[in-house]
Design a protein around this ligand. Structure first.
Ligand code: FES
Ligand code: FES
Length: 166
């Protein structure tokens, strides 16, 4: 079967592939985008979360055939160093990651949430961001989600300062 999908704005055609292959394998092993992580492999942890037409999807359990003709966004396409996504800005400001393994999945889930709920409450976060972090960065993530919402809604990120000894 031949599958066409756009990943981070680039169109890819994949031929002679089992249509039931998990999307995650295509993203990581065929397209070599390693930001999307493998955790549990059964839609339980969220490490593999990416966006399909703007919806957060657990790509370890999402067959390639469902991505045919769709637009995929991975963590590599969320923003750029010059123009980071509000979620990325907030994550840096709150110094969220510990080991970092789960973080791309959380950030993609958050990006999807903010498109639907621009100013999420703690309850919205609890109901929608249900990924797992083995390092327990949940408190910092919650702060970062609120900050990302504020940045996206027009607040400036916190200015950084530099002190030089003279
Ligand atoms: S690796 Fe996909 S949900 Fe855990
Ligand atoms: S930061 Fe280590 S698993 Fe989440």
């Amino acid at each position: 079967m031949t599958i066409s999908l756009k990943v981070n704005g680039v169109l890819h055609t994949i031929e002679n592939i089992d249509e039931n292959t998990p999307l995650l394998w295509i993203i990581r092993d065929v397209l070599d985008l390693k930001g999307t992580k493998f955790g549990c492999g059964k839609a339980a942890c969220g490490a593999c979360t990416l966006l399909v037409d703007g919806e957060a999807v657990r790509s370890c359990s999402y067959a390639l055939k469902f991505a045919n003709g769709k637009e995929i966004t991975t963590i590599e396409g969320l923003g750029t160093p010059e123009n980071p996504h509000p979620v990325q800005e907030a994550w840096v400001e709150e110094i969220v990651p510990q080991c970092g393994y789960c973080q791309p999945g959380f950030m993609m889930a958050t990006a999807a949430l903010l498109e639907k709920v621009p100013s999420p409450t703690d309850e919205d976060i609890d109901q929608n961001i249900i990924n797992i972090c083995r390092c327990g960065t949940y408190y910092r993530m919650r702060k970062a989600i609120h900050k990302a919402s504020a940045i996206k809604n027009g607040a400036s990120p916190t200015p950084t300062t530099k002190t030089t000894n003279t």
